[in-house]
Design a protein around this ligand. Sequence first.
Ligand SMILES: [Zn+2]
Length: 148
Amino acid sequence: MIFPITDLMDEQASMKWLLRHLHPRGLRCPQCQANLQRARPFRTSRRTRLTDYRCRDCGIVYNLYTGSVFAHKQLRPRQVILLLRGVCKGEPSTAISEELKVTWRTGHELRRLLHENAYRLLPETPLCDADTETDELFQNAGEKGRKT
Ligand SMILES: [Zn+2]
């Protein structure tokens, strides 16, 4: 059963949550790093409900998704949060796409990009302790087609 969860989430609260997590220093111009006070609202997308800002210093147009994998994807903030939640929980692309009312291709592509970013951010240094815990040892035990 698909619940209408995207219709039940608050849009403004979703934007605030994304702003805090995507831009912890606040929304800034991606080119000259001027803060939002140095920009003016340029337009608001009817589809995403995001406001695009034009930097008064360099003229670049940017919004909440600029610099993230969600740029140019036409997703509403609450859809982005639910997508992130679904990927973190390991839900399949089909279930995520159905719940968010996006195509399977969009859900799958964003899931792949998020995984690539997560792998890129993995630490490459060895663990600092001499003991290995069970979850560290068997984290890849669930591969498909292999009996574990
Ligand atoms: Zn700028």
